[in-house]
Each structure stands twice: as C-alpha cells, then as structure tokens.
Design a protein around this ligand. Sequence first.
Ligand SMILES: Cc1cc2nc3c(=O)[nH]c(=O)nc-3n(C[C@H](O)[C@H](O)[C@H](O)COP(=O)(O)OP(=O)(O)OC[C@H]3O[C@@H](n4cnc5c(N)ncnc54)[C@H](O)[C@@H]3O)c2cc1C
Length: 387
Amino acid sequence: MNAPVLETEEHRALRAAVAALGKRYGREYMARVVAAEGHPDELWAEAAKLGYLGVNLPEEYGGGGGGMAELSIVLEELGAAGSPLLMLVVSPAICGTVIARFGTEEQKRAWLPGLADGSRTMAFGITEPDAGSNSHRITTTARRDDDDWLLTGRKVFISGVDIADATLIVGRTEDARTGRLKPCLFIVPRDAPGFARHRIDMEVQAPEKQFELVLDEVRLPADALVGDEDAGLLQLFAGLNPERVMTAAFSLGMARFALARAVAYAKERSVWKTPIGAHQAIAHPLAQSHIEIELARLMMQKAARLYDDGDDMGAGEAANMAKFAAADACVKAVDQAVHTLGGNGLSKEYGLAPLIVASRVARIAPVSREMILNFVSHQSLGLPKSY
Ligand SMILES: Cc1cc2nc3c(=O)[nH]c(=O)nc-3n(C[C@H](O)[C@H](O)[C@H](O)COP(=O)(O)OP(=O)(O)OC[C@H]3O[C@@H](n4cnc5c(N)ncnc54)[C@H](O)[C@@H]3O)c2cc1C
C-alpha cells in the first residue's frame, strides 16, 4: 500500500501563502497582461523572490529542496486565483528536473540557480508536425561535427520560446554501433544561429505564446547535450512525469477559479423566489465539479508523492491518470460555470468565456486524453495495441 498522500502543515502553509499572492494579482491582472501582449513579469518576479518558482529544485543550487508536491501547490493556487504561470510547467518542472537529475555539474551550476530564482527560463520542445502524439516518430536529428553537434529539425506548438533563454529540445542521435536513432536532449539558446521561431496564431488567451521552430544545422557545443547520450529515454521520462503533474495542477487551478465564480454568482442571482443556486439543476453540477476536482487532486498528490519518492514507474501511471482526471474536471467545471452565469457567462466582464478555449488545452497537451486511455489500456490493463 502507498503511504498516505494528504498534505503536511508546511504544504497547507505554502498553499495559503501562494493563494494570498495570487489574490493580489488575479484574473484582472492576467487579462491586462494578455491585452497588452505582455508577460506577467511582476507576478513572476514576486513569486521568484518568495522562493516559489524553484521550490522543487535542490537547495545547493538555490532551490527550495522540495519536489513536485510543492511546485504543484504553487501552480494550482496561482491558477485558482486566476493568474496561473504556465512556464512553471516547463521551466522548473520539466527542464529543472531533467538538469537536476541528469545534467553535468557544469550544466547544473549554469542553469539551476537561474531557473530557481526566476532570472532564467527554459522552454521545452518535443512535438513535431509529422509526429504529433507519436513521439517515436520525431526526426529532429543531431549529428557530430568534431566536438560539436549539428541539430536539424522542426517543432510545433512550443510554448514560451520567445521569453525563454533556451529551449530543451528533444532530438535523436545515431547509435554508432547499430545505426538506430535514440532520443537525446539538447539545450538550445534562444539566439543560436539557425534556430528560427514563428509564432502560431492561437485562440488561447494567455501571455505564453506557441511557436513553430525550425532548426537548420544549429551548431551546439558538446556540453549542450544533457546528461548521458545512452540514457535519453530515461531522462525524457523523468521530465514528462512532472509535466503531467503540473498540467493537472494547471487544470485544477482553472477549474477552481471557474467553480468559485459560479458558486458566488449562484448565491447572489435571484430570478424567482430564491437564488438560482437553490435550484438543484444549478447546484448539483457545481457540487459534482467540486467532487471531481477533489478526486483529481488526490490523484495528483499521489503522483507527486510517488515521483518525489523516486518511483518513476509508479508515478507514470498516477501522473497520467491525474492529468486525465484534472483536465476533464476542468473542462466540465468551466462549461458549468459559464452556464451558471447565463448571459453573463459569455460577457467580457465576468471573464469566463476565454476559459472555454483555455480549459481544452490540457485535454490535448502535453499528451491527449486518448493517449492516456491507450496508456492505461496497455500498461495498466494489459490490453493489446491497435497502433
Ligand atoms: C496551447 C498548447 C501548448 C503547447 N505547448 C507545447 C510545448 O511547450 N512543448 C511541446 O513539445 N508541445 C507543446 N504542445 C503540443 C502538444 O503537446 C500536442 O498538441 C499534443 O501532444 C498532441 O499532438 P498533435 O497536436 O500533433 O495531435 P495528434 O497527434 O495529431 O492527435 C490528434 C487527435 O488524434 C488522437 N490520436 C492520435 N493518435 C491516437 C491513437 N493512437 N489512439 C487514439 N487517438 C489518437 C489524439 O488523441 C488527438 O485527439 C502544445 C499544444 C498546445 C495546444
């Protein structure tokens, strides 16, 4: 049996402190940032100063010495306040984790203090136009040129490349003995020659933008390769579990934000004798959303706990399930919240309508709900594969 996964005193204190920070920013702040095509720099800086951004990174490199349990609390609470920081999913969670676990001493010293204090950020690029969900099919390839690497390929939908100092790119190298391609991770600085980015016009209203990347023989020094060339897959999975936990946290924050707005409205708004929240047609779906959010959080806490305890395999199943449950809970909570507000659900003033699009993201990325159902079908239930 697994250890209990309920939160400690410290976790509750962290939740309260981050919630208080989020409350000072909130949806109105984020809406202003998005309208101005800016970035949430003030919130990022303040969260950094308080030690929240690097709460999962090792203390000896300036982090808080915690894990995904703590970082997921930070993202969930900022989201519940209406001001989530998406880059937490990629910069400290994926990239910070991979470098902390597998990077060389130089890479750790070069990156972790900056990721922890928020002065540097890193994006993460795995998705390719012709591979999509089938990451075995990626073709971005690195070949040796003396001591350097030359990296060539294309990526799509990569978030935050414009603001990130570098992007951790998943590529492949050729095995000298077998000729087979094996996955490898490379740190590609934003302004590296041959590294071009084009913004993709998305309908998602968020400060973090998505980019198509073209890597045309990008020359990288030998130490751009993270960790061991022969352990790429292991290293990649070490980063993907935190990504799923954090996507669950992102979804739970948004779900709670939408639900809170709907509940407050349902208590106030009366069109017959009682507030609309007294009608069970309004109350029950909101109650159900609350239950779904609580259940999904429990699975997220389990995934974070397993991951922080070093059980990568166990965390894999739990992190996938948590992301699945949280994304679904979020889509449903947002849908019901919009409905609860009637016409106001689609007004600018109440700010719920953009969440109809935003809440869908976690159903698609970083791994779609169907791919999670596939994972559970094959890995958990042992069913045969169709693809
Ligand atoms: C806002 C946003 C931000 C993103 N940020 C990043 C980022 O920072 N870095 C990054 O690397 N990527 C990022 N992505 C990309 C994201 O991870 C991909 O969109 C996702 O992995 C799905 O790939 P795809 O879009 O190519 O869909 P496809 O793989 O083409 O899938 C399309 C549909 O087919 C279904 N499908 C595919 N294969 C199967 C199967 N075997 N069985 C059943 N159904 C299947 C899928 O579930 C999906 O519904 C982002 C995407 C979005 C929308």
